[in-house]
Design a protein around this ligand. Structure first.
Ligand code: 5AD
Ligand code: SF4
Length: 542
């Protein structure tokens, strides 16, 4: 059974980067650490100098030497002085929101955003590591940028891949990137960019126990959109065995309620009509910054659920946050993603039922419908307890729209286990599912303890079967809406053509609406008659 003390590990990693205090981040990883991954300073011989073929541990491979750049830079040099930055985001909504934080920080420091690659002094890529394919995309983009480079410029890799791959990004032949910044070091970007502009490659991948960027005002790409994401927490403590996120984003920490409410009110004043609260595990949210208001604290787990980490208690819970956020403006829709089924308190179900502006859509990632796979994944629930939660939710909110994530071909998944997942999908009757073929990630518990034994062609076949069952279910659900009326929040022009707008129902389904006599504007609520659709979207008349 996996046991470790993350606090201790984090302090070791902090200690190691302090001890090395390197100014030269471009060196190869093995030059500055011992082969056990705990730095002992870069002077003097290490154990490896005496034992020649000391095997490298897997941990060394994934977490190469941490040698953050500690070089001093003057205050004046921190200013971007009108230099142009191109910001490119890959991956999830959390990354979109992180890029908004980066945009805010860079604008504050005198940088200007450009959309033109050719005129950019720096190109910043917000990256994802969740599956191997996500990282491959970034390597491709880095090579493409290098080939297209016509004048000196900095390329910076930010986010999860920066945290996972670290200095290898800087030392890979071809000088593909000059700055590496992990998810907790965006405040350091002005210094890292200034260093790179003076010719020094620079890296900061220190993870933090406290950083929530609570005081940074995120700047959205397009301020005309009427929907916004608000990050309420960072990191994840769940340690699902397949997942790299706890290693790339660090320990779970919640942003204080007051700062979230300030942001939501600012967005309301800008005319935003829908807020999505974001976090890796939103309903384990705890604001312990002030325990004076502790309305509705409920730290009991629903029966049948367990956690590898101690259940959080005290402070202000997700139910409290949701209560406050939904009262800011009752014409503003509230969504949240993603909750973990094991942390789903009854209070949140009650609130969704009671408040008309909290959408009746719940993303409840099941990952698998088979007990032995769920156990191997370390999810903390069984098929039965998951289904009990689904029943409770459906009983309380009859028109609820449930969505989920599934992984096909996890370690040890048998054909029978796969069939159990297909039958869970049918039983729950999801309105939308994201399905992924399993991708083994170095450093995860599955990588250390389990065997990635489902052949690639079988994984792909099961992935396709999950996708086709999902399409069959959602098509049936969408067809059943024909002729009914739905309240849609218009999000913008539809890709279907000049005279079409698109928006979402309360349940989160996209509806394309043809504009006839009555005009629609982004941010309008309109009652639409459903006239058609596919498994993915619906169409309607207004
Ligand atoms: N392989 C495939 N899918 C994964 N996910 C997370 N880690 C992996 C992995 N190693 C999926 C899970 C998660 C979603 C965000 O990504 O389904 O809920
Ligand atoms: Fe990964 Fe599990 Fe955390 Fe989601 S809850 S980010 S799947 S560890």
């Amino acid at each position: 059974m996996f046991r470790r003390n993350p606090r201790l590990l984090a302090s070791i990693s902090k200690l190691s980067s302090d001890l090395m205090c390197s100014h030269d981040v471009a060196r190869s990883p093995m030059q500055s650490t011992t082969k056990f991954g705990i730095a002992m300073g870069n002077k003097g011989p290490g154990l490896s100098d005496f034992i020649k073929d000391l095997p490298r541990t897997r941990k060394d491979k994934i977490f190469p030497a941490i040698s953050d750049t500690h070089a001093y830079i003057s205050r004046a040099q921190l200013n971007g002085d009108g230099k142009k930055v191109l910001l490119v985001t890959f991956g999830c909504q959390m990354n979109v929101n992180d890029m908004e934080v980066v945009r805010g920080l860079l604008i504050q420091n005198g940088y200007i955003e450009t959309k033109e690659e050719a005129e950019a002094d720096a190109i910043l890529l917000m990256t994802c590591s969740i599956r191997d394919g996500a990282e491959e995309k970034i390597w491709k983009r880095l090579k493409h940028l290098k080939r297209n480079q016509r004048r000196p410029r900095t390329v910076a890799v930010l986010g999860c891949m920066a945290e996972r791959v670290k200095s290898t990004l800087l030392s890979t032949p071809g000088d593909l990137c000059q700055v590496v910044a992990g998810p907790d070091s965006y405040r350091d970007l002005p210094r890292l960019l200034a260093l790179s502009q003076s010719g020094t490659k620079a890296m900061n991948v220190q993870l933090s126990f406290e950083e929530t960027y609570a005081d940074v005002t995120p700047v959205r790409v397009d301020t005309h959109t009427k929907t916004a994401f608000v990050s309420i927490m960072r990191g994840c403590d769940n340690m699902c065995t397949y997942c790299i996120v706890p290693f790339t984003r660090g320990r779970e920490r919640s942003r204080p309620i007051d700062s979230i409410l300030d942001e939501v009110k600012r967005l309301r004043d800008e005319g935003v009509k829908q807020i999505t609260l974001l976090g890796q595990n939103v309903n384990s949210y705890r604001d312990s910054s002030s325990s004076s208001i502790s309305f509705g604290v409920d730290s009991r787990m629903v029966d049948g659920f367990s956690t590898v980490y101690g259940q959080k208690s005290g402070g202000r819970s997700f139910a409290t946050l949701l209560d406050h956020v939904s009262r800011v403006d009752d014409s503003m829709r509230i969504r949240f993603t993603s909750p973990h089924p094991k942390d789903f308190p009854n209070q949140v179900i009650e609130l969704i039922k009671e408040r008309k502006n909290i959408c009746n859509q719940i993303h409840l990632p099941a990952q698998s419908g088979d007990d032995s796979v769920l156990d191997a994944m370390g999810r903390g629930y069984t098929r039965e307890s998951y289904l009990t939660l689904v029943d409770n939710i459906k009983n309380a909110i009859p028109n609820v729209s449930l969505t989920s994530d599934f992984i096909a071909g996890f370690c040890g998944e048998t054909e029978e286990a796969h069939q159990n997942t297909l039958s869970l999908m049918r039983e729950v009757d999801y309105s939308f599912c994201f399905v992924f073929p399993y991708s083994m990630r170095e450093g995860t518990r599955a990588h250390r303890k389990l065997v990635d034994d489902v052949p690639e062609n079988v994984k792909m076949r099961r992935h396709e079967e999950l996708a086709s069952v999902f399409r069959e279910i959602s098509l049936r659900r969408n067809v059943s809406r024909l002729g009914k009326r739905e309240l849609v929040l218009i999000e913008g022009r539809s890709k279907r053509g000049e005279k079409s707008m698109s928006g979402r129902t309360d349940g989160g389904i996209v509806v394309h609406i043809e504009e006839k006599e009555k005009k629609m504007e982004t941010g309008d609520y309109v009652v639409v008659k459903i006239t058609g659709g596919t498994s993915q979207t619906m169409s309607g008349e207004y």
